[in-house]
Design a protein around this ligand. Structure first.
Ligand code: ME8
Length: 510
């Protein structure tokens, strides 16, 4: 039986149009999903939109539309972005989907049945932009306006009847879980932050609202809608098929293998979410990977701050595969990072055009000219040949382990080390000289080089699906020999090759 792998992104608030930070999260998650599929796993990859809550309701009021209309319009934009970016999602979930209502209400009932929900009243600060509650000392006055220290978002004083979740009861169990499953939160630095937050003491959490109705009704009390984060987090269960009818889908996909999220929502995913699940008696996800923020030349972006950078512009300017590659190669996945025109051009011209594209183009042109346009015959392999091939073959094990810790930059680094070694090999072996002195050896060197290009291309398909497809076409690799098990095979001498064309052009300044 195939191993199943369930990966999710955060579901975005469709109160505005998507920005490059969203694109970054989708691309990284997509690379992991594609890698797992190529590695023979049965993958379920889910993304979507988080459509309830006060932020959506207030934005809709300002625009003179209903919250539902706003969600429909903008959810479609997120989905279009996914499609433009080549995101291979299996389900695009919307929290207004019918099955999601059932699932959220069932989670609520189970938490209630555990005795973890009680009615009281909430008095304190609320940030609509963060959709989060804050204690007084988590806020500060800036120019006479009270804001959340963590985000700078304005907070408003809130007093209303509310259901509470007994979060405080789960403090010890959460800490124990982080200790026993250190892989639950990555990278490690995030786990430490979360653990010290929990260790400092947890208060019960307000989980319903009565002053607006754009949300999922609380079972048994229609005056209340659920706090948007209760319903938002439950999307992961809904996608897996909760509450199970026959249980088959849910058993197959749950627990999720990894939730990919940004650093501003770590608390919700690493504290509230596991506590809800513990209360409901549901297994916890295996891992939450927290990525950093993407800045435009150091500037923080967000819809509410208003300096959104359009991912469409970026892709128009540099090409989709370049953008996908740049974001993952340039930034340590987990840290903050920034992008700039110069940074993207450097990666495009050196890593892609010189080290990868040029190696493929030079070796394949020589094959076309000197080996009858077919995969060359190779003679006995020298130590150098064997060493390079072994290095390329060795990348798979490293790539798997980097993918499992979401160290996407290290996975690409490992691939590019092999390309650097292959470039060095090519210039040391000087096949253009061998042409005059030892044609058989030239053929062997060319075979080894294009074989390494094939292996690295197989490995980096998840990052640049279109360009790698073109390179595999140039190597006449059949469609059924493009998954990672094909690393165990090699190019068959005599296979006819199409005329080579450059796949990774340099960026030309206008
Ligand atoms: O937080 N760089 O939605 P959202 C990188 N609905 N990632 C960024 C980013 C940036 N500049 N800005 C935002 C929400 N993100 C909730 C999630 S999940 C059950 C509910 C990331 O639209 C952010 O960290 O504000 C989050 O992971 C995702 O984009 C959606 O953010």
């Amino acid at each position: 039986m195939l191993m199943s792998f369930f990966i999710t992104t955060a579901i975005a608030y469709p109160n505005g149009t998507p920005h490059i930070g969203h694109a970054y999260e989708y691309i990284a998650s997509d690379v992991i999903a594609r890698f797992k599929r190529l590695d023979g796993q049965d993958v379920f990859f889910m993304t979507g939109t988080d459509e309830h809550g006060l932020k959506m309701q207030q934005t809709a009021e300002r625009l003179g539309v209903t919250a539902h209309q706003l969600a429909d319009t903008n959810s479609a934009k997120f989905r279009a972005l996914d499609d433009m970016l080549g995101i291979s999602y299996d389900r695009f979930i919307r929290t207004t989907d019918e099955d999601h209502h059932r699932s959220s209400q069932e989670l609520w009932r189970r938490m209630e049945a555990s005795g973890d929900i009680y009615l009281d009243s909430y008095t304190g600060w609320y940030s609509v932009r963060d959709e989060a509650y804050f204690t007084e000392d988590e806020t500060e006055l800036v120019d006479g306006v009270r804001v959340a220290k963590s985000s700078g978002a304005e907070v408003t004083w809130t007093e209303e009847e509310s259901y509470f979740f007994r979060l405080s009861k789960y403090q010890d169990r959460l800490l124990e879980h982080y200790r026993e499953h250190p892989e639950f939160i990555g990278p490690d630095s995030r786990r430490n932050e979360v653990a010290s937050f929990v260790a400092s003491g947890l208060k019960d959490l307000s989980i319903s609202r009565t002053t607006f109705d754009w949300g999922i009704p609380v079972p048994g009390n229609d005056k209340h809608v659920m706090y948007v984060w209760v319903d938002a987090l439950t999307n992961y269960l809904t996608g897996a098929g909760f509450p199970e009818d026959d249980g088959e889908s849910f058993r197959k996909w749950w627990p999720a293998d990894v939730h990919i999220i940004g650093k501003d929502i770590a608390r919700f995913h690493c504290v509230y979410w596991p506590a809800f699940l513990m209360s409901a008696g549901i297994e916890l996800p295996r891992r939450v990977h927290v990525h950093g923020f993407l800045f435009n030349k150091g500037e923080k972006m967000s819809k509410s701050v208003g300096n959104v950078v359009d991912p469409y512009d970026l892709v128009d300017a540099y090409g989709l595969d370049t953008v996908r590659f740049f974001l993952l190669r340039e930034i340590s996945y987990g840290q903050d990072g920034s992008y700039s025109h110069d940074g993207i051009i450097t990666r495009k011209n050196t890593d892609l055009a010189n080290e990868y594209g040029n190696l493929a183009q030079r070796s394949l042109s020589m094959v076309a000219k000197n080996c009858g346009g077919a995969v060359p015959e190779h003679g006995e392999l020298t130590q150098e040949d064997e060493a390079l091939l072994a290095q390329a073959r060795g990348v798979l094990a490293q790539a798997r382990s980097h993918i499992d810790t979401q160290s996407l930059h290290l996975y690409l680094e490992a691939c590019w080390k092999v390309l650097a070694a292959a470039n060095k090999y090519f210039s040391v072996q000087e096949p253009w000289k061998l042409k005059k002195t030892d044609e058989a050896r030239m053929a062997t060197v060319l075979w080894v080089t294009i074989e390494v290009v094939r292996m690295i291309t197989l490995l980096v398909q998840p990052v640049m699906p279109t360009s790698t497809g073109k390179i595999l076409d140039l190597l006449a690799v059949p469609a059924d020999a493009r998954d990672l098990s094909a690393l165990e095979t090699s190019l068959v001498p005599g296979t006819e090759l199409p005329a080579p064309v450059p796949v990774f052009p340099k960026y030309q300044e206008d």
